[in-house]
Unconditional design. Structure first.
Length: 224
């Protein structure tokens, strides 16, 4: 019994290895090359990976080295996030780039154009000189950004609680810092727990992003 208790007490916690985990994630940062998605950067990737490692911590066989185990998790998470934030929106048709392929008559291309093409356009910004040609041959002036943003904001206000809507406005309209939002939300940001407050703000940003994407998919927001 004493031997078992000693073995349990000798086990390392996630917090004990946080520095090793941070360094391991940083070593694989070069794999994240999705700079086109401006609202989702490597800081978000890092938080998701850390959360996943923490949830799976009990699965680490502590008789084995930690680095190879977390290395596989980090690599898999980055690959999955790249796939989810870009690959899910690309045209799945294998013939789309062939010379004699007619996208206007291809069922796969037609379905993609109706369902996911707009998602790809939202995620990957285009150069101003190519915008008209790339985006359905429409000129930039056809897009009414202000009215579309107002409709999105109105829907966000209906979906969020008063406090969360204020935090959303602070982040994306009032140019407040994450620390400002953490203080407004009452998150603990004392020096020894500073990361906790910022992590909670990161989770809020993910919630706002997911809600905005759901609204864009399901409501007529974009004014062209």
């Amino acid at each position: 019994m004493n031997s078992l208790m000693k073995e349990e007490s000798d086990k390392k916690s996630y917090e004990d290895c946080s520095d090793i985990i941070d360094q391991a994630i940083l070593r694989q940062k070069y794999k994240w090359r999705l700079n086109a998605v401006k609202w989702f950067d490597f800081d978000d990737v890092e938080q998701i990976i850390k959360s996943h490692i923490a949830k799976k911590w009990h699965m680490w066989d502590q008789s084995r080295p930690l680095e190879p185990w977390i290395g596989r998790i980090i690599s898999n998470q980055i690959r999955n996030l790249l796939r989810n934030h870009y690959g899910n929106y690309t045209n799945p048709c294998e013939l789309v780039n062939t010379a004699d392929h007619n996208s206007s008559k291809c069922p796969v291309c037609i379905k993609w154009s109706k369902t996911k093409k707009i998602g790809l356009a939202l995620k990957v910004p285009l150069s101003t000189e190519d915008f008209s040609r790339e985006f359905n041959n429409r000129t930039y002036t056809d897009f009414n950004f202000k009215d579309s943003l107002k409709r999105l904001d109105s829907n966000m206000r209906q979906k969020l609680t008063g406090v969360h809507y204020k935090a959303y406005r602070m982040l994306y309209f009032e140019q407040k810092t994450e620390e400002d939002v953490a203080k407004f939300m009452g998150y603990k940001i004392s020096p020894e727990k500073k990361k906790l407050g910022y992590r909670q703000v990161k989770n809020l940003k993910k919630k706002f992003l997911q809600l905005a994407m759901d609204i864009l998919r399901n409501k007529d927001i974009i004014d062209q």
